[in-house]
Each structure stands twice: as structure tokens, then as C-alpha cells.
Design a protein around this ligand. Structure first.
Ligand code: KG4
Ligand code: ZN
Length: 339
């Protein structure tokens, strides 16, 4: 079974072809960073218009790279939510029209299910059950994954997502947008212990996160004194340290609470070197293992959507002929599949 996957939920246009026997045949991603940079964040209407321009040529190119003709496809999968409504509509309209014209089954995939299953595309996939830490610009979640569609949210951010907190503080330091990676690079030049930031919610039981206070703490530092280059690096260092300590602390708590020994980390913040280093240390100490999708599959991509769609279509699930676009879509509303 060959499935075409389409992702347009935010600011990446992405297309992939997944084959049930041969695995991933091809995938392409175009990131709209340059389009939104001047605005300091994603502009929904610009995102949707750019998806319209890119999607069809990208589908042609990805099919060619996969050596697959439209007629060879057995199904179509697209991200139906959560995400920006206009952006979701573009992928949904193209996917539903293609499926209708070709007489193929089609399915709307939950974007976060895509992220949770992305490590399954790697040669050494994690075994079920596992705990997943999903840390991106839009989400910060700890999820127990017992199987496909069997998700229990253990904790989530009550305010900013981890990536959003990185981005806001990066902006404060004049590092541009999205500034998470630049802030992490600056943090490496920072000295330990110059600034001390709180570890939000670590003193309370439970697995929820809160990052908006950290951002405020950074604002207060910058407001109170002019920082030279070393000072900015010291601040970045302390900020990263506080976020990473919180993510690691809660992830370990989630492993303890569930008794699972596999931890999957996904989302753009999963690229953070300090997070990777500290998680590896902490997991090794308690006999647990950390799994990452390859960097290109940590961030938004269509390979994960094609894969999740393949698993659901192969289980006989498919949608009717209506474009599905759900800006909000609780993860625990998904149906479990058994095969
Ligand atoms: O999953 P992702 O690509 O997409 C969306 O959320 O749409 O995540 C992007 C987020 C941004 O907030 C970015 O600043 C952050 O991941 N990020 C990082 C690093 N690389 C990317 N944050 C911290 N350290 C990094 N090295
Ligand atoms: Zn995402």
C-alpha cells in the first residue's frame, strides 16, 4: 500500500510517499521561515497563501522522487488538525480532491499523532508502551503511548510552549525569529551561576509545565541592567538551564509514574543539545532509553503524516468526502487501532 502524505498545518509545506512494504520512498519539506521572519511570528493568512502556491509542484516533485505515478497510489493522508485553519484547509482541499479524482481512500491525520509515531520511521523504533515528550513551538506535552491511537496525556504546558518560551526570550535578546537554536548557541558561551532562574512547577507534584514566568524573569533581568555580550550569553545560559531542568525533571517523573523505560523526544526543541545531553545522562542512571526521530523528522514533515495515515488506512479506517480541518482536536479523542 502506497500512501501520499500532505502536511500544511502551520508554516511548513511538506509531502511524502510511504510504502507499507518498502518504507518511506520520498519526502520533501519547504519551510516558510523567511516569509514570516519580518513579522516575528507566523502570519496565518500568509502561511495559507504560500501553501497554495507550493503544494501542487511539491506533490509532483515528491512523486517523481519516489518513482511513483498518481495511479500507483493506494491512499491519501493529510493533516486535519490541530493547526491554523486556513493552512489546514489547503492541505485538506488538495488531499480530498486528489482522492476523489483518483477514487482512493483518504484520511485526516492528527498532527500530534504524526509526531508521536515519527520515531517508528527509524531503523531502531521504540517498543510500545513508551512515554513521549513533545516539545515544539506550539506544544509541550508528556504523553503515554500504549499503541497507535492509545494516548493518555500525562501533562502539558498551562501557558507558553517550550519552543515559544525559547523564541520569546531569543527575541528579547535580539536573536531574531525563530530564535531557539540561536539562543542555545549563545547559551554555550554563557557562564554557569551568573543568573539563577526558577524551575517552574518543579516544586509541585504532577506533570504539567508553565514557562511564561521564566520569560518574565528574563524580561526583568534585561530591564534592570544593560547587558554586554557576555551578560546576554550568561542570561541565555541560565534560561536554557531552567527550561531543560524542568523538561528533564518532568520526563523522569513521567517514566516513574508509568513504569515505562522508553522515552521518545519529538518536536523542534528536541534538537537542543543540552536537553539531549541531560536526558541521556538521567535516563542511563535509571536504566531507561531515549529515542529521537532523525532531526528532519523532529520538526514538521509529511513522512510522519504519511506513516500515521498508512497505519490507519491499512487498518480499514478512512474518512468520507469532506474536508476536515480542526484547529483544535484533543489527542485522546483518536480511535485506537489494533493491527
Ligand atoms: O517542531 P517545530 O519545528 O515546529 C513548530 O512548533 O512549528 O519546533 C520549532 C521550535 C521553535 O520554537 C524553535 O525555536 C525551537 O523549536 N528550536 C529550539 C532549537 N532548535 C529549534 N529550541 C531550543 N534549542 C534548539 N536547539
Ligand atoms: Zn509539529
Amino acid at each position: 500500500m502506497k500512501v501520499l502524505g500532505i502536511e500544511t498545518s502551520c508554516d511548513e509545506t511538506a509531502v511524502a510517499v510511504y510504502d507499507g512494504d518498502r518504507g518511506l520512498l520520498a519526502h520533501e519539506v519547504f519551510s516558510q521561515f523567511d516569509l514570516h521572519r519580518a513579522w516575528g511570528g507566523v502570519v496565518p493568512e500568509l502561511a495559507a497563501r504560500d501553501h497554495i502556491q507550493r503544494l501542487l509542484p511539491m506533490i509532483r516533485a515528491t512523486l517523481a522522487a519516489a518513482g511513483t505515478a498518481l495511479e500507483d497510489l493506494d491512499g491519501v493522508a493529510y493533516t486535519a488538525g490541530p493547526g491554523l485553519i486556513g493552512a489546514l484547509m489547503v492541505g485538506g482541499a488538495v488531499a480530498e480532491s486528489l482522492a476523489y479524482a483518483l477514487g482512493l481512500p483518504v484520511i485526516g491525520v492528527h498532527h500530534l499523532e504524526g509526531h508521536l509515531l515519527a520515531p517508528m520511521l527509524e531503523p531502531d523504533p521504540p517498543p510500545f508502551p513508551f512515554v513521549a515528550l513533545l516539545v515544539s513551538g506550539g506544544h509541550t506535552l508528556l504523553v503515554e503511548v500504549a499503541g497507535i491511537g492509545r494516548y493518555r496525556i500525562l501533562g502539558e504546558s498551562l501557558d507558553d510552549a517550550a519552543g515559544e518560551a525559547f523564541d520569546k526570550t531569543a527575541k528579547l535578546l535580539g536573536l531574531g525569529y525563530p530564535g531557539g537554536a540561536a539562543l542555545a548557541a549563545l547559551a554555550e558561551k554563557g557562564r554557569h551561576g551568573v543568573f539563577e532562574f526558577p524551575r517552574p512547577m518543579m516544586d509541585r507534584p504532577g506533570l504539567d509545565f508553565s514557562f511564561s514566568g521564566l520569560k518574565t524573569a528574563a524580561v526583568v533581568v534585561v530591564r534592570d541592567r544593560p547587558l554586554d555580550e557576555q551578560g546576554r550569553a550568561d542570561l541565555a545560559h541560565a534560561f536554557e538551564e531552567a527550561i531543560v531542568a524542568t523538561l528533564v525533571g518532568k520526563a523522569l517523573r513521567a517514566l516513574d509514574a508509568t513504569g515505562h523505560t522508553a522515552l521518545v523526544v519529538a518536536g523542534g526543541v528536541g534538537a537542543n543539545r543540552r536537553l539531549r545531553h541531560d536526558l541521556a545522562d538521567a535516563a542511563a542512571r535509571r536504566g531507561a532509553r531515549v529515542y529521537y526521530p532523525r532531526p528532519g523528522f523532529c520538526t514538521d514533515n509529511a513522512a510522519m503524516i504519511a506513516y500515521a495515515g498508512y497505519r490507519r488506512l491499512a487498518a480499514g479506517e478512512h474518512a468520507g468526502q469532506a474536508i476536515r480541518a480542526r484547529p483544535r482536536w484533543p489527542l485522546d479523542e483518536l480511535t485506537p487501532i489494533t493491527n
